[in-house]
Design a protein around this ligand. Structure first.
Ligand SMILES: NC(=O)c1ccc[n+]([C@@H]2O[C@H](COP(=O)([O-])OP(=O)(O)OC[C@H]3O[C@@H](n4cnc5c(N)ncnc54)[C@H](O)[C@@H]3O)[C@@H](O)[C@H]2O)c1
Length: 347
């Protein structure tokens, strides 16, 4: 089948090519959006990533071009309007489980870097300033870690925290029996936030989780607690996050994702002026560590993503049920809205 791959990067092109089998892949580094949808003309399938825009108007264009299959190189599918895809008979599949450990380990790495002030330590080292007065952290051992979303990634993170000797508590709409057998107690969101020294977000972005962490929830948090977000940026209300940091209610934040990352992350904007005052403000806090959505970026995960993506396509081509096909679930709305990047002009 002819397949058009959007947002292709140096790290995923070789893996996809290796997995491609009989499919003819064409690549572009460009993001899928209204004005790049046309590039897929002549291809029955497209492969997209989280930075791509598969909102209703874009799906309409793709359908008119003959695209019938959308393969997501991601677990999250909040960027796809599944209702519109179903109405257009476009089939969509994701990679639900490539390596939950890749993201969980990124969350742990960020938590430890922020808590133990590793980045500041490295900067002082480079300045040959060997004082350690500003580098104090706290033991994770014996502290309470709250996990929001006890699915695959949340449980991988929980297991690591249990290994550190932390008390792990959780909030989720569904109880995971694996969490219960690990001795994890479920709490209400408020009770979790009031008790936790560290809070880590691992839920999908849906209409229900959009801005799940807003002013009220920040006010419930234990003063000085650390918030880790490796799920989706819009689960946090950015303006309220900045207020919580300004008032020192929040001790620190580790962000692998950002509410307005589309058109920003995964791209080189070193020559651009970024007109997103909140993003610039967030970067100015010493106690905020931001990475540009790299949680999934391990060799193991990339290989798994490529193989599952092509396998999903093979299933459809061979008329075999595709276990990763996404359908609209009642009560769960996705959040596929067109969002304009906030970058204007060049330096
Ligand atoms: N940073 C990255 O590179 C990266 C990579 C992969 C996935 N992710 C994100 O991580 C998320 C979680 O991935 P996963 O594989 O663990 O998914 P999962 O489906 O295994 O687990 C998600 C959990 O969230 C829970 N949940 C759903 N709605 C909720 C709500 N309103 N309140 C509380 N909990 C709720 C679900 O019940 C489930 O237990 C993905 O949706 C994706 O957005 C990020």
């Amino acid at each position: 089948m002819k397949v058009f791959v959007y947002s292709a990067r140096s790290y995923d092109k070789p893996a996809l090519q290796l997995a491609a089998g009989g499919h003819a892949l064409q690549f572009t580094e460009q993001r899928l959006k209204r004005d790049t949808a046309q590039l897929a003309a002549g291809c029955e399938a497209i492969v997209i990533f989280t930075s791509d825009d598969a909102s209703a108007p874009v799906l309409d264009i793709l359908h008119s071009l003959g695209v019938r299959y959308i393969l997501l190189r991601s677990a999250g599918y909040d960027h796809v309007d599944l209702k519109r895809a179903a109405a257009l008979s476009i089939r969509v599949a994701n990679v639900p489980e490539y390596s939950p450990n890749s993201v969980a380990e990124q969350a742990v790495a960020m938590l430890m870097a922020v808590n133990r002030k590793l980045i500041q330590g490295q900067r002082l080292m480079q300045l040959q300033d060997f004082r350690i007065d500003s580098l104090q952290g706290f033991d994770i051992h014996g502290k309470t870690v709250g996990i929001i979303g006890t699915g695959k990634i949340g449980m991988a993170f929980a297991r690591i925290m249990l290994g550190f000797g932390a008390k792990v508590i959780a909030y989720d709409l569904q109880v995971n029996p694996e969490a219960i057998s690990a001795g994890i107690k479920y709490e209400s969101l408020e009770a979790l936030l009031r008790q936790s020294d560290v809070v880590s977000l691992h839920c999908p972005l849906t209409a229900a989780t959009r801005h799940l962490m807003s002013e009220t929830q920040f006010s419930w948090m234990k003063p000085g607690a650390i918030l880790v977000n490796t799920c989706r940026g819009a689960v946090i209300n950015t303006v309220d996050l900045i207020k919580a940091l300004d008032s020192r209610q929040l001790g620190a934040a580790c962000l692998d994702v950002y509410e307005f990352e589309k058109g920003l992350f995964f791209e080189d904007h070193s020559g651009d002026i970024i007109h997103d005052a909140n993003f610039v403000r967030l970067r100015s806090f010493k106690n905020v560590l931001i990475t540009a959505h790299q949680g999934f970026l391990t060799t193991d995960a990339i290989k798994e993503i490529a193989e599952t993506t092509i396998n999903n396509l093979d299933c459809w081509q061979n008329g075999v049920p595709c276990k990763n096909e996404l359908t609209v679930k009642p009560g769960i709305e996705t959040d596929a809205l067109e969002r304009k990047p906030r970058i204007v002009g060049s330096i």
